[in-house]
Design a protein around this ligand. Structure first.
Ligand SMILES: [Zn+2]
Length: 190
């Protein structure tokens, strides 16, 4: 079992200065980058979280590749990322595909966890604590996470608690937990 690499939020979302989401009409900070094209992975567009998700969904990363080429991309991906595809032996070396946004997952090819494993054994200590803070159980989908987060923010927002210091602290804790799980590769996209 390869050592799991945990992405920090800072890695997943580098903080550029003064970037604004490129989606039409959106004024949120453009904190998340998306590659321009498969053969131009070092050139980026910048979006807010909502719009980078949308962009990734629409963008067919594997367009124009045949099955063998797609598999090669996926194998290369597993050399630095948790191998989510049961493709047998891993090959070291080979092309290095940087996939910080889980684009391969968005292509619908990463939805096959090994049998009899719910993924919880992969969770880091931070992820387990985050689940506790948000009072969530495993397994968890991104949709569940978002719904729970929104509910908790409403409940603990200082504005809804007369600006109470305790609410502010609790909200910070909730935000940190949400960031941890939002950046987690263990949380299913569905
Ligand atoms: Zn946006």
């Amino acid at each position: 079992m390869p050592r799991r690499r945990t992405k920090t939020l800072a890695e997943a979302a580098p903080k550029p200065h003064q970037k604004v989401c490129e989606a039409a009409g959106c004024r949120l900070p453009g904190e998340f980058r998306a590659p321009l094209a498969r053969d131009r992975l070092n050139e980026y567009r910048w979006f807010c979280l909502e719009h980078v998700r949308e962009y990734n969904k629409k963008w067919d990363y594997f367009a124009g590749l045949d099955a063998e080429a797609i598999e090669q991309h996926i194998r290369a991906d597993t050399t630095w990322r948790r191998p989510v595809w049961p493709l047998g032996g891993r090959r070291s070396g080979g092309p290095h595909v940087h996939d910080p946004l889980g684009l391969a997952d968005d292509a619908g090819l990463g939805e096959k966890p090994p049998p009899k494993m719910d993924g919880s054994e992969q969770l880091t200590m931070a992820e387990r604590e985050a689940l506790e803070v948000l009072e969530l159980s495993w397994p968890l989908t991104r949709a569940d996470l978002k719904t729970r987060y929104k509910a908790l923010v409403k409940l603990h927002h200082p504005d809804a608690n007369g600006g109470a210091r305790a609410a502010e602290e609790k909200l910070k804790e909730i935000n940190a937990a949400y960031s941890t799980l939002r950046a987690s590769e263990n949380v299913r996209a569905a």
